[in-house]
Unconditional design. Structure first.
Length: 346
């Protein structure tokens, strides 16, 4: 199981500590927009705006409101914390991973041994079973009722993404009613993008689990940034809950930088930093990352499923590096899980 070993061991490889200058673009296709269609730049920008309007449950006018002097001071404080890698809301490295790493680095580890390790952490057990039974990972009718059953049904290659999502899910859970809708939508968007990136990577013969984890990091950076904004705002007199325009400024400015800080805090390998950097600043001279395609596809599909303004299929195909046939396969797989998820929430 070399793919799984490379994934899990990457959590504890030496990590880069360099600050990556933030790029205000989330969707960055390596393929340059066609010269004969300069409107593609506009369409990409619009898709990002549609996403933020949905995540923040606001209108374009409120989203694009320029920050006043006090809001700018909060943004400056946030920038300083990111620069010093001193975000107080930064999720710490999960404590259960070292034990899993030792077990999975031993080729003699069997399903029973792995199950025992997971069961030793009740919180991880609960999260893993919840995630394993979600439509994204287990579309079957019969529920998975035990960890041993999850490992058996999903296999070691399948359980790794479940572990990634199970580790991150508690960090994405809403703390209060004010962030409930945002947290719910960010989690749905993150899972969709991560799954799309995994499927694209698999089609290209690459390790999809690495791109699944990388695809979750932008979503985790969003909830981290929002919470950090709230924490900073509370230190300013007469400043209430951050407004959508301020949150949008923070997310769009610092999404990639915060994802890099998260990767550094969790001691992810340099390959994760490289994948995030390739997605943030792709160039025609570098190998195209499935993460770019995954975020574009995932964003479009989650917005479309939520009946929000999005991007046409024709425009998507101009900006990704897979064929129409492969895109259709990925889109249908994602749509099935989104439909099942909607039914389970009903």
């Amino acid at each position: 199981m070399p793919g799984f070993l490379s994934w899990i061991s990457a959590f504890f490889a030496p990590a880069s500590s360099a600050r990556v200058t933030s790029n205000p673009r989330l969707l960055n296709p390596a393929r340059a927009p066609h010269e004969e269609d300069p409107g593609e730049h506009v369409k990409m920008h619009q898709l990002e705006q549609h996403l933020f309007c949905w995540l923040l449950d606001t209108t374009p006018s409120a989203l694009l409101k320029e920050p006043d002097s006090e809001s700018q001071a909060i943004l400056d404080a946030l920038d300083d914390r990111i620069d010093r890698q001193s975000l107080e809301e930064l999720p710490r490295q999960p404590m259960t991973l070292p034990m899993l790493t030792r077990a999975l680095s031993d080729e003699k580890t069997d399903r029973k041994a792995l199950t025992k390790i997971i069961l030793s952490d009740p919180a991880l057990t609960d999260q893993l079973l919840h995630v394993a039974n979600s439509p994204l990972f287990h579309p079957g009718d019969r529920p998975i009722e035990s960890v041993d059953q999850a490992v058996f049904i999903l296999g070691l290659n399948g359980i790794r993404n479940v572990i990634s999502a199970a580790v991150m899910r508690p960090m994405m859970a809403a703390r209060n009613s004010r962030e409930a809708l945002f947290a719910q939508r960010v989690w749905r968007w993150g899972l969709t993008c991560a799954k799309a990136a995994e499927l694209v990577a698999n089609l290209k013969g690459r390790d999809g689990s690495v791109f699944f984890m990388a695809g979750l990091l932008p979503a985790l950076s969003y909830i981290t940034l929002r919470r950090e904004l709230v924490r900073i705002a509370r230190t300013h007199p007469n400043f209430s809950e951050p407004q959508p325009g301020l949150i949008h400024q923070a997310l769009s400015r610092y999404q990639w930088a915060t994802a890099q800080v998260l990767a550094n805090e969790w001691k992810l390998s340099p390959s994760y930093h490289a994948k995030l950097l390739e997605a943030e600043r792709p160039t025609p001279n570098t190998s195209h990352s499935p993460l770019n395609d995954g975020i574009i596809i995932g964003t479009r599909e989650v917005l479309r499923h939520a009946h929000q303004r999005n991007m046409s299929e024709e425009d998507v195909l101009k900006l990704i590096y897979i064929s129409h046939e492969k895109y259709t396969r990925i889109r249908l797989a994602i749509l099935d899980s989104l439909d099942a998820g909607a039914r389970s929430r009903a």
